[in-house]
Design a protein around this ligand. Structure first.
Ligand code: MRU
Ligand code: ZN
Length: 207
């Protein structure tokens, strides 16, 4: 469990450096065993910019703590749904301004699709006309219901789900891949927002 702890701590440090944990938001997990399913998950309500010896707690497949660092993330159920539904080894959840605004702009549509942007390759989409879709679910306060809503949106090629006006949950087979997917998603959100602004301002006309 030591190596998974260190891997998750390193990711947490890097996401903190990007300022992706405002107001104690966000939670991270890494799978420790497959059968029975256990994972390390961030302790609930902590300031994720700080590093302590009780940052992560080991939980079982029902989210029950197996170690005594504290209360597991309120959103542990989402991480567990991801592990149960995919081959993920690491799952990351962050709230950023860009992912919140995108989730609201495209919330009614129920998804956002990116094509013709180089960075979708970071999500393993290499075809000439490839596209990358992120489903968007409502932000149900009932967390098991939210977990189920997310699980239902996960298809074999899904790598992330947006929660409306809340944040993103993104995963990968390992920590390196999960972080690459998260960085790519956030790049795409920022790109899309800038593009929409530029179009709204008719910026092409002033060239
Ligand atoms: C403080 S706002 C964020 C929370 O409501 C929640 O969405 C979140 O991401 C963090 O919850 P946590 O229980 O600390 O894992
Ligand atoms: Zn959250």
């Amino acid at each position: 469990m030591n190596s998974q702890w260190n891997e998750l701590a390193a990711i947490k440090r890097e996401l903190a450096a990007r300022d992706w944990f405002p107001g104690t938001s966000g939670n991270l997990s890494i799978k420790v065993s497959e059968d029975p399913l256990t994972c390390l998950v961030t302790v609930s309500g902590k300031d994720k910019y700080k590093e302590t010896e009780s940052d992560f707690v080991l939980v079982d497949e029902d989210g029950r703590p197996l170690t005594d660092q504290g209360k597991p993330s309120a959103e542990t159920v989402i991480h567990l749904e991801v592990y149960k539904k995919t081959d993920a080894g690491c799952s990351l959840h962050v709230h950023t301004l860009d992912n919140n605004v995108i989730s609201e702009l495209y919330g009614e549509k129920g998804s956002i699709t990116f094509r013709n942007v180089e960075l979708i390759k970071a999500l393993d989409i290499w075809e000439e006309d490839g596209e990358f879709t992120i489903p968007i679910v409502e932000n149900w306060a009932d967390l098991p219901k939210l977990g189920k809503a997310i699980s239902e949106k996960i298809k074999p090629d899904t790598k992330a789900v947006l929660i409306r006006n809340h944040g993103i949950t993104v995963w990968g087979r390992n920590a390196f891949e999960a972080k690459r997917h998260l960085e790519a998603c956030e790049f795409l959100f920022s790109y899309q927002l800038k593009l929409l602004h530029a179009k709204a301002a008719n910026l092409k006309e002033v060239l």
